[in-house]
Design a protein around this ligand. Structure first.
Ligand code: ATP
Length: 249
């Protein structure tokens, strides 16, 4: 078995994934992510970005191929070990905000820290700090249903950053935000990642978002291609349809 390079925090080789209904999603994707790097995974809708992040993070095991985290094989781990790895070392941001409705905003943001064993008091301090940075400190005592969708997404981003994960998987993290909010939240996210040495794997079909990354890996139909030219997200229309793109393989 080929060993991953030492300076890659994540390394994947020949990942294949087919969904249970037979839909092919990844057709042999290999990549490396360096420590502290912000890597964009770009491609039009349905190109396999979410599936790739799910396999890299150990959320779902690829049917074929290898994933290594800090030179430890993830592809041979059992479900409990993968779960612990995700809880202790990884963060995840979904394209749509999902919060626990019974908890207020700071309790939601503090949850991953408390699951790692941090005291409630220290977790609260960290959660409030990140909520402030994301401009929703004044909503910290509200329940999720009292927030707007963009505010809920900011809370999810604070929740992902508060534990300073080794790797943050961000799947279209600014999808529910307005254009003006998007730039601010992305800047906060990338600045936080750089100052805390957090490695980010950022799935996006938006060229402007991908431009903030150190490097971009492009996907098309579950395979890596050299370039996918994506329009800024405002030019994609009508909503819900695949982004127009041109590619060079
Ligand atoms: N749960 C599922 N069951 C069956 N097929 C799926 C499922 N999720 C995704 N797919 C299919 O797998 C392929 C890759 O999807 P994936 O969501 O990984 O792409 P994506 O680039 O993240 O797209 P999007 O930007 O729309 O989220 C697509 O053909 C998609 O239709």
């Amino acid at each position: 078995m080929e060993a991953p390079p030492d300076n890659d925090v994540l390394w994947a080789r020949a990942l294949h994934f087919t969904h249970p209904d037979g839909s092919p999603a990844l057709g042999g994707v290999s990549l490396g992510v360096r420590e502290g790097e912000i890597l964009a995974v770009s491609g039009p809708r349905g190109s396999g970005k979410t599936t790739l992040l799910s396999c890299l993070s150990g959320l779902v095991p690829a049917q074929r191929g290898e994933v290594w985290f800090n030179s430890v094989p993830v592809h041979t781990m059992g479900p409990m070990t993968r779960e612990r790895l995700r809880r202790d070392r990884f963060g995840w941001i979904d394209p749509a905000p999902v919060l626990v409705p019974e908890l207020n905003v700071w309790e939601n943001a503090a949850l991953p820290l408390m699951l790692r064993g941090t005291s409630r008091r220290r977790a609260k301090v960290a959660a409030l700090e990140w909520l402030e940075r994301l401009d929703i400190g004044d909503r910290s005592r509200n329940r999720p249903h009292e927030l707007t969708q963009p505010e809920r997404q900011r809370a999810c981003i604070a929740r992902a950053l508060a534990p300073a994960p080794t790797v943050l998987f961000a799947d279209e993290p600014t999808a529910p935000l307005h254009r003006a909010d998007r730039a601010h939240v992305l800047r906060t996210l990338t600045t936080a990642a750089r100052s805390h040495g957090i490695t980010v794997v950022l799935a996006t079909h938006d060229a402007e978002t991908a431009a903030l990354a150190d490097r971009t890996v492009s996907l098309l139909d579950g395979r890596r291609v050299n370039t996918v030219h994506l329009p800024p997200v405002e030019e994609t229309q009508p909503a819900g349809q695949g982004a127009a793109c041109s590619l060079s393989v």
